[in-house]
Design a protein around this ligand. Sequence first.
Ligand code: NAD
Length: 511
Amino acid sequence: MLTGKTVTAGKASALGIVDAVVAERNIGRAIDEAASRRMERHGAGRIGDALNLLPARKAAARQMRSETEKRAPARHYPAPQSLIDLWEKHGGSQPDMLRAERASFARLLPMPITQNLIRNFFLRETLKGNGKGGSGIERVHIVGAGNMGAQIGAWCAFKGMHVTIEDPEPQSLGRAVAGMHRLADRKLHDPEALRAKDRFIPDPHGDGLRQADLVIEAAPENVSLKGAIYARLESEARRDAIIATNTSSLDIAELTSGLARPGRFVGIHFFNPVSRLDLIEVVCHDGVDETTHTRALRFVADIGKLPLPVKAAPGFLVNRALMPYLGEALLMIDEREQPERIDAAAEAFGMPVGPVELADQVGLDICLAVAESLAENLDRPMPRIPEWLRAKVANGEFGRKTGQGLYAYDADGKPKKDKLRHDPDEAMQDRLILPMVDAVAAALEEGVVADADSADAAMIFGTGFAPFRGGPMHYAQERGRGNVLATLDKLAAVHGARFEPSRWWRQKAEA
Ligand code: NAD
């Protein structure tokens, strides 16, 4: 209940929170047994009995509070802590608990935070709806078994697809298989995990390509290399197969320019880590066939992810919005700001990790490539890229994956952070968050994404944008668009043209 996670019927039974799980054909009998009280009920168990005593509950509640606070701070998410309070005070008496719960519920429900979280539920449903209908895709061939290809392949196999994966480097294929097995072994209780292992086939010669319904290219970010790959895919893949790219930053028009049949080509842009980020941008371009686009959206829903249709444009939506935020953090480091303080400012706003740690997670090499591509292709100024960042990348300091980036990392991949020298301030938050909000507004103005709700959903499910704030555009509305505009103007006066608000704000004010 504290995490808000849903569990499957089998797990609920194992946890003792339901009395029985029965096959559908036995439901009638089970209902009779339950109604006539013949069904054996799950007792609280020995630990449960002990927790009926107040001192035991007090001790357990203390621990729950500190664990919960780490994951969902009470100032942003009051409900879990209220639940612990209720249980601690009234857990020994069901009638008292129910009475107190009603009062607590009535207090929490109208809070803006609660309303925003409820809205997120519906935003998720809206995104899911973009991919309704079933794609009919069963066989996926992945080209490139690096960081992304391996994760995408593993995810698709877990979701029931038959996956073949090719790479010219045997080590990459080896790492992809090892990663897949590690993931499956962690889920040993799930019989599907074992079947997923069998469905994930390393394919050094690319034989799976000829049977695939969908080919996903996840090779290095290089136009001519990808172009050469597409020539082979076009000649060998089935005529009705979809060819998709996972590119983050390359110009889709340039990628399609050498294709004989661009109609079956589409962008399917996953986010890293694939298992944790639910959003996938499905990138449409001028020459794409309607059926390709629809099937790609449905495929994303088939693998349990949230499809967001976006127009081919530099950085699509999410990277375009994220880069000004990450770039501003790098400039602050350049101004000798303590990285821990920058992260603390963003986390106090409600971001799951701060921008410095996030840049290390994404990989400084990738951030640099995306930032350079956006600086070149967007007609808006981006934060200057500090020279030391290029030096770090040239030196192989890519962030968490190499153990050294903006932070140093321990063996478990945790950043070694110093103690905060001063508390973060709100001015810092505005300097980090508002460029991201403005970039979303610019993307809306240019029609990269259809509407503000979809953009909010994408930023929440693709970047973890403070969920209780309801997404960047909702945040701007709650704060007051006039206030956002005025603050951006002030920031532009101090820090330069990169803060100049996009036209969207004034258009909205006039509308
Ligand atoms: P990576 O360098 O980890 O993996 C690329 C893999 O492609 C390597 O294993 C390499 O051996 C292989 N390769 C090289 N030439 C090949 C060829 N001719 N045919 C098949 N495979 C070949 O890169 P990555 O981070 O996995 O990125 C792959 C793609 O995904 C890029 O287009 C990138 O923009 C995109 N992407 C990356 C991220 C991320 O966070 N890393 C997120 C979203 C999208």
